[in-house]
Write a protein that binds this ligand. Structure first.
Ligand SMILES: N[C@@H](CCC(=O)N[C@@H](CS)C(=O)NCC(=O)O)C(=O)O
Length: 202
């Protein structure tokens, strides 16, 4: 989701290849992507993996995927890197699964700590840099929003308690045209692609 959003935001022309996943052992991904994971991007001779590297690659073609102002841009890169490297308890306790209702599930002391930290990040970032818009850095959905989009998707699926500001931000992300398109495409995937370990949580 994150790599796809970055590429769409930057307007790169690419052919999309959609593959069913096998929860960590997808051979078709390992055959092309050096870390064995998606997102993986090939563009004009360049091969890029890891979503944050894809963000930086996309920024070479579309600087606007990061905020224009230096301090805001530094903050955006910092929270994107923090997301990339962390919030492991949340990721483990609340696996991403779009369009499901797993309200109340996955709440462990550690996942709730991550959620509280992310809620503060959303709130303080929007207070400092988000004036005049619904996204983290204002009216433009940018690479930082893309990095947090899978976190927002988890919040929508697992419905943990959030502040009013973070709730409004999650709704804004869900309503963004690209995020909405990703949800629509994901929900059209064949049932045979569903992974039981993610479907049997409720
Ligand atoms: N740090 C990597 C994480 C990528 C990652 O975890 N990808 C998962 C899907 S979100 C994956 O490719 N899994 C392969 C599989 O399930 O077979 C990044 O940000 O690009």
């Amino acid at each position: 989701m994150r790599g796809w959003l970055m590429v769409k935001l930057a307007g790169l022309e690419v052919e999309e290849i959609v593959l069913p996943m096998s929860a960590g052992k997808t051979e078709a991904i390992a055959a092309v992507s050096p870390n064995g994971l998606v997102p993986y991007l090939e563009h004009d001779g360049a091969k890029i993996w890891e979503s944050l590297a894809i963000a930086e690659y996309c920024a070479e073609f579309c600087a606007a995927i990061w905020p224009a102002e230096r301090q805001a841009r530094a903050h955006a890169r910092s929270i994107a890197a923090q997301m990339h490297a962390g919030f492991r308890a949340l990721r483990i306790a609340m696996p991403m699964n779009l369009g499901r209702d797993y309200a109340g599930l996955g709440q462990t002391p550690d996942s709730l700590d991550d959620i509280a930290q992310i809620d503060r990040l959303f709130t303080t970032t929007r207070a400092a840099y988000g004036a005049g818009g619904t996204f983290l850095f204002g009216e433009n959905f940018n690479a930082a929003d893309a990095m947090f989009a899978p976190v927002v998707a988890r919040f929508l699926t697992y419905a943990p308690a959030l502040s009013a500001g973070a709730t409004a931000y999650c709704q804004a992300v869900r309503g963004h045209g690209l995020v909405d398109l990703w949800y629509k495409l994901a929900l059209q995937e064949p049932d045979a692609w569903l992974l039981n370990k993610y479907e049997s949580l409720a």
